[in-house]
Ligand binder design. Structure first.
Ligand code: GRG
Length: 299
C-alpha cells in the first residue's frame, strides 16, 4: 500500500506548483520598468507557505474543479497577500526589516519602489482574475472577482482590519474588537480563498455556506496561532521578526488572554472547522488536515 503523504509534504508539493504558475503570471525582470518587476518578483517569489492559494486548490478540488481552472485565482490570492505584506512592512505601518527570511521589499528596493510593487501586485491580481473565465463560466468569474475584491477591501476585510489594528496599537481592546481585527485583517482573505475554490467548482449555496463557515473558523485560528508564534518563536523559525506585537503593544490574543487560553481557543476553532467541513464528505479530507496544520505549524 502507498504510504499516505503527510500534510507538510502535500503543502510543499502544491506550493511548488503554485510557484511555477506565479513565475509565469508576473512580468519578467527584463520587462521595463525592470526595477519594479524585480521588486515584485523578489517579494512574491521569496517563499512563503502559499496557504491561501493551496486553500483555493483544496476547496475547489474537493468539489470536483480542475486544477488549471483554479490556479489563476489561487495565484491572484497570493499576489494580493504579498502586496499586503509589502505594505504592512513599510515604515509607516509595521516598519519591519525581515520578511520570508529576506530583507523586506523597502529595505531591498527603497520605499517608493516597495509601495509601487505592492500596488502593482494588487492590480495584476485583478487583471489575472479578469483575463479568463474559470471553466469558461462568466457568472462564476464575476462572483470570484466580487468575493476577492470584498475580502481585500474595507468592510470586515483586509484594509479595514489593518486600519483598526493600527488605530488600536497601545490600547486595551475588548474581545469583540480583537475578533473584528482578526476576522478582517487575516480572516477575510483566508475565508475568500476557500469560498472562491467552491465558486469555481460550481458549488451549490449550501456547499458555499459550509466553505465560508469553515474559512471563518480557520481564518481566526490562523491569526490566534500567528499571535502565539510571535511570542514563542525565533526569527529563524518565522522568517520575520518575532516579538513585534508586544513591542508595538498590539492587540493580540495572548496579550488579552495569555498563551494557555489562546492555545485552547485555537484548538476549539480548529475542532469546529473540522466538524463543519467533514459534512462535505471524504473529498474534503485535505481541508480537515489543513485546519489542524494551521495551528500545529512552526512558521
Ligand atoms: C497593508 C492593507 C494592508 C494589510 C496588511 C497581512 C497584513 C495586513 C498584515 C501582516 C501582518 C501580520 C503578521 C498579519 C498576521 C497574519 C498574517 C497575514 C501572517 C502572514 O501570513 P503567512 O504566515 O505568511 O501565510 P507567508 O509568508 O507564509 O505567506
Amino acid at each position: 500500500m502507498k504510504p499516505q503523504e503527510s500534510i507538510e509534504a502535500y503543502l510543499g508539493r502544491r506550493a511548488a506548483e503554485v510557484n511555477q504558475w506565479l513565475e509565469s503570471l508576473v512580468p519578467s525582470e527584463m520587462t521595463p520598468p525592470q526595477n519594479l518587476h524585480r521588486a515584485m518578483r523578489y517579494s512574491l517569489l521569496a517563499g512563503g507557505k502559499r496557504l491561501r492559494p493551496v486553500l483555493v486548490l483544496m476547496a475547489g478540488e474537493a468539489l470536483g474543479a480542475d486544477t488549471d481552472d483554479l490556479m489563476p485565482s489561487a495565484c491572484a490570492m497570493e499576489m494580493i497577500h504579498t502586496y499586503s505584506l509589502i505594505h504592512d512592512d513599510l515604515p509607516a505601518m509595521d516598519n519591519d526589516d525581515l520578511r520570508r527570511g529576506l530583507p523586506t521589499c523597502h529595505k531591498a528596493f527603497g520605499e517608493a519602489v516597495a509601495i509601487l510593487a505592492g500596488d502593482a501586485l494588487l492590480t495584476r491580481a485583478f487583471e489575472v482574475l479578469a483575463s479568463e473565465a474559470p471553466a469558461g463560466d462568466l457568472d462564476r468569474q464575476i462572483r470570484v472577482i466580487k468575493e476577492v475584491s470584498a475580502a481585500a477591501g474595507t468592510v470586515d476585510a483586509l484594509i479595514g482590519g489593518q486600519t483598526a489594528d493600527i488605530e488600536n496599537e497601545g490600547r486595551q481592546v475588548s474581545d469583540s474588537t480583537l475578533d473584528y481585527i482578526h476576522r478582517s485583517k487575516t480572516g477575510a482573505m483566508i475565508r475568500a480563498s476557500v469560498t472562491i475554490g467552491g465558486i469555481i467548482a460550481g458549488a451549490n449555496s449550501d456547499q458555499i455556506d459550509t466553505l465560508r463557515s469553515y474559512g471563518e473558523k480557520i481564518g481566526l485560528a490562523f491569526q490566534v496561532a500567528d499571535d502565539i508564534l510571535d511570542v514563542t518563536s525565533t526569527s529563524e523559525q518565522l522568517g520575520k521578526t518575532p516579538g513585534k506585537d508586544m513591542a508595538a503593544r498590539k492587540a493580540t490574543y495572548p496579550a488579552l488572554h495569555g498563551i494557555a487560553r489562546s492555545e485552547v481557543r485555537a484548538q476549539q476553532l480548529v475542532d469546529e472547522a473540522v466538524a463543519i467541513i467533514s459534512t462535505l464528505g471524504p473529498g474534503a479530507h485535505k481541508l480537515e488536515e489543513m485546519a489542524r496544520f494551521i495551528i500545529a505549524r512552526r512558521s
